[in-house]
Write a protein that binds this ligand. Structure first.
Ligand SMILES: [Zn+2]
Ligand SMILES: [Zn+2]
Length: 287
């Protein structure tokens, strides 16, 4: 019995360190082999992630269905619908109306994907930072993402539809405008989506070195802090953290994130459990 527990703890220790790189590698291989099936592959990995949240949680108290789960689910469905519509609209716009240019360089696929990750991360970074630091209206919209008092899988797509739309327009738009090929767009988009889901997972992974370059849960969790000094950092929402380094907003404290420190820092009376007020409030200025 004792040795069984010992093996379990050893396996958990290995998964803590190597679980995320392994999942990322497996997902990247699957995505590069079947780029057009990216959504299904991502769904499979998201299910694995949710199971891991229960098996090796970062905070046990952040697990399970709570009173915020229903709203997280509703906003996630809205985000999916808005993303599909805006992606479809942009693709049709650029292909039918020949807005796209042919500026995209002819380079090997891995470099093309890396370039796409850099470019698709820039617009969302700037708007994300604007929402936190420069524009009250944008903060009211973006606050929907920060409202829950925990960081877990269902937070990933919890966003106001306008927030979801501006992320797609500023992430995908430049790639279409520059004439990136569809394989590059599918794989880079799939990687960005993988990170934006897994960087919210309540899984006890420990990858400090990876967090320098990649947008891990270890790093993004701090962006959900109620403490402004941590919440106004780490704005990258896709796969890579380059723009945070360029603009000096990357920060990874080495301490454990306190489970009570997740949530809003700027609006104490935000209607955390009201769907209609979170949706309409920012638009009519009647939160
Ligand atoms: Zn934010
Ligand atoms: Zn987040």
């Amino acid at each position: 019995m004792k040795s069984k527990k010992k093996y379990h703890n050893e396996f958990r220790r290995i998964m803590r360190k190597f679980g995320f790189p392994f999942l990322l590698l497996a997902y990247s291989i699957g995505l590069s082999l079947y780029p057009s099936e990216g959504t299904l592959i991502l769904l499979g990995f998201a299910i694995i992630g949710i199971l891991m949240e229960n098996w090796m949680p970062y905070h046990k108290d952040w697990r399970g269905i709570k009173n915020d789960s229903k709203l997280d689910g509703v906003f996630s469905i809205l985000t999916m619908i808005v993303s599909v519509i805006v992606k479809g609209g942009l693709t049709v716009l650029f292909s039918q109306l020949s807005f796209g240019s042919h500026l995209w360089p002819t380079i090997p696929l891995p470099l093309s994907i890396l370039l796409a990750l850099l470019i698709s991360g820039f617009g969302p970074y700037i708007l994300h930072r604007a929402a936190h630091e420069w524009n009250d209206f944008m903060w009211q919209i973006h606050a929907v993402h920060h409202a829950p008092n925990r960081v877990y899988s269902l937070n990933a797509m919890r966003a106001h539809p306008l927030n979801a739309a501006w992320n797609v327009v500023t992430g995908l738009g430049p790639l279409l405008l520059l004439g990136a090929d569809s394989e590059t767009i599918l794989i880079a988009g799939g990687l960005n989506n993988f990170f934006s889901i897994f960087n919210h997972m309540n899984i006890d992974f420990k990858n400090v070195q990876l967090s320098i370059f990649l947008n891990t849960a270890e790093l993004h969790r701090w962006h959900h802090s109620t403490k402004k000094d941590f919440g106004d950092r780490n704005y990258s929402s896709g796969a890579i953290t380059l723009w945070d380094h360029v603009f000096g907003s990357w920060k990874l404290p080495r301490t454990k994130f306190n489970r009570q420190d997740a949530g809003l820092y700027a609006t104490n009376d935000f209607p955390i459990l009201s769907l209609s007020r979170q949706l309409i409030g920012p638009l009519c200025r009647c939160l």
